[in-house]
Each structure stands twice: as C-alpha cells, then as structure tokens.
Ligand binder design. Structure first.
Ligand SMILES: O=C(O)CCC(=O)C(=O)O
Length: 190
C-alpha cells in the first residue's frame, strides 16, 4: 500500500495548474526526479492520474519517451548534472536552454512533431492527456517537465512515486544524502 511505503514521497501529490498561457510553449526545465544509479537500475515508477479531463496543451506533464535509456553509464549521476551532460547532444540543445526568443521556442515546439535520437536511443516528446480514470506510468529515470496550461479549465492531475525500497540506500547515496535520511525500514533491506 503506497501509504506504508518508506521514502521521501509517502503521499500522492495533486498537480494543479490554472490556465496560465495564451500561447502554448514547450518548457526548457526538463529533469528527472531521481539520480542515475551505478547499478543501472530504475528507482521506481511514477504514476500520473487524471482528476479531470486534460486535453492537449491543457497543462499535462510532458515526458521524453526513451530517455530512461540515456546516461546509464555504470555510475551515479545526480539530476542536477543531467543538463551539462545532455545539452551537447543535438536533441537537447534547444530543449534544455531557457531561451524564450521566438526562434528558440519554435525549435522546441518543432521537436513535438518528430522523433529524435541520441546514439541508438530513440526519443519522443509525449504529452500526458487523459480523462478521470486514465493513468500513465513512467519510469522514474524519464526526463519530464510541467507544461503551460493554454486551455480554459484548470489542469488537475495526481501523482505518486512508487519507489523501490531496496534501492533507497543507493538513491540516497547517489544524491549525497546523509545516512540518517534513510528510513530504518529501507536500511534493513539494504
Ligand atoms: O506536470 C507537472 O506539474 C510536473 C510534474 C513533475 O515534474 C513531477 O511530478 O515530478
């Protein structure tokens, strides 16, 4: 049961965005919430559920399908290091730069229409849309970003991270957290 799980995120979170954009744009704040692990494993799965209808450009989370295959290099990499490592790759050159000039916004928007690649890894931006009852499940390694809400209704979603208890010590050490931050229940599994 999610409420009984150890880890930093014990409760689901509501994702709420009021209508906040006349023109919809692709943001530049792509990130992952968990580090890459030296063991190459995924820290878990994130659930996104819909509390109301979310249509395209209505503020649904954007994710880069395939991005969980990137940066698995047999070493721990913190999310704060991802930008420096990915920005040199053509697919990410425009995507991860906080430039709001019209041509830069256009290049980011163009990436929605096509797939890209880094090495052998195929990448595609996916916009989470849906209706109450729909869920998306995302590997916690996947790069994602909140998006503007250009619709006329609030975006109401719910999210929860299902984290592998046995990997919490490795996640904590990859983040550089002190050991005291790891719950006893997870320590016993390590
Ligand atoms: O859709 C959003 O508001 C962004 C969600 C997000 O980044 C997260 O839950 O980790």
């Amino acid at each position: 049961h999610p409420y009984e799980r150890p880890g930093p995120n014990r409760r689901p979170q509501v994702l709420f965005t009021l209508p906040n954009a006349q023109t919809w744009t692709v943001p530049s704040g792509w990130h992952s919430d968990r580090p890459r692990l030296a063991s190459g494993q995924s820290a878990g799965v994130q659930l996104f559920a819909f509390l109301d209808v979310v249509e395209a450009r209505g503020g649904g989370t954007l994710a880069i399908a395939g991005s969980h295959h990137l940066l698995n290099e047999g070493r721990a990499i913190r999310p704060s290091q991802f930008g420096r490592l990915l920005r040199p790759k053509p697919f990410f050159a425009d995507l991860m730069v906080a430039d709001t000039a019209a041509d830069s916004l256009q290049r980011r928007a163009d990436l929605l229409q096509r797939t890209g690649a880094v090495g052998n890894v195929q990448l595609q931006i996916v916009e989470m849309t849906g209706a109450p009852g729909d869920v998306w499940l995302m590997d916690l390694r996947v790069l994602h970003v909140g998006s503007p809400n250009a619709a006329d209704r609030p975006r109401m979603m719910l999210t929860f991270r299902y984290e592998r208890s046995d990997l919490l010590p490795e996640v904590a050490s990859a983040f550089g957290w002190r050991r005291a931050a790891i719950p006893n229940s997870a320590r016993n599994l390590a």
